[in-house]
Design a protein around this ligand. Sequence first.
Ligand code: SF4
Length: 461
Amino acid sequence: MYQRYHIETGSAPDIVPAPGRFRVKVKKIGLAGLILKEIVHYRGNWTVVLSRPCMYGVFSGPVGGFAPREHLCVGCLRCTTQYPEFVQVSPNPERLRQGDSFFSPDYVDALYYEARNGKIPVRGAGYRGPFGGVGWDGMWTDMSEIVRPTRDGIHGREFISTAVDIGSKPAFLAFDDQGRPTNDPVRTISLPLPMLLDSPPASLLSQKLVETMRRAAEETETLLILPIQAIQQFGVSSRVAVPLVKPGDEARLDRLSFAPAMIELDGWHQQFYERVRKRLPEGSISLRLAAGSSEELANYVRAGVRIFHVTPNYHGRWPDGRFVLDLIRDTHRAFLDLGCRDEVTLLGSGGIILAEHVAKSIICGLDAVALDTPVLVALQAEFLGECVDRATSQFRLPTALTVPWAAQRVKNLLGSWRDQLLEIMGAMGIREVRRLRGEIGRAMFQKDLEREAFAGIEGYV
Ligand code: SF4
């Protein structure tokens, strides 16, 4: 029976208390004076007296403002505006140590919220940040309702598909004299959402983490990329696992206890590719790249590769300095120039750390995203310093992590991001994510707009 795709989200509160956004400092003598005044004013109504002056409950604990409940503070500044002589509110320095310079504390906050319950973070008072910036912030999605109807996003009265096909597709169908198709068999994997789980850093691989990711991938019907050594060491035997292999792994491939739907090659080695192709003629083969030019891509396409996975570092930088956004656009354009865009699949990881980045990266030309650091943040992993390089970055997972909790957090993350993708597509009037790929007409780039407006004016660079 047909069932609409749905991710089962649920409550999975933080196991490590997240630091609040603000520190609230109260001078006890000033507060005691206020309480005395207000006991008289409110005629001994203790609930009111002890809650003043915060409507968010910061001063409503058992001993009122003498032990402020800082985690409830939203930074409205009412208290410090009304009583500047004894209340001070300041950013919590502990929170500023979360994440790193790219995965900033605000992003960590948003992701924690999504992972706790699978909901979409909403700012009731509207967005108060800057409207442009570097990286992803220099790209805006166009949701103009004038030129297209808004569709019904996550509420589901109108279905919007997030299904994608991973694999090689023929450019056209060919038939012999008897009308039988002569194309190679189509090898595609259909996923119900354009998000895969990428391999965690080698230093974090453990039975618990692998089991968590396998369970989350199975329950959301997506794929999980894992080094073949980890697959064997932790006894993974599931079609959702995509073995990541390199030359020398042939014997391991032979010993696999399941037939993988896809295999990922860790870098390009022509002979190894041919060997894997021969051993697994039915499986899809993806090529994982951490460097390379458009000319090299053309060579790989000519050699028969049809799935590409670009993996800039965790800050979204390619070795030549390009940001992931530009890298995706260039790669997409290179496939267009080769005339093979619809025959190949482009996956990407690195620097895609917010739900909006998924939509933006697909508009730039990705078919699907393989999530890396967002999964770790959902599991409350601590960043040990700047986490840039994939091989050397260090994270620490909470020791209290359990598989059911962690799997639910990953599912919540995927559910929330899928809902946000649906909202974006709904606002753009796009009915399926396959049509969003490379749909650059739905985006505006700050650089282009500024050039159009200011080029030729003195002072514009
Ligand atoms: S800043 Fe606002 S939310 Fe925070 S303690 Fe003061 S009144 Fe309450």
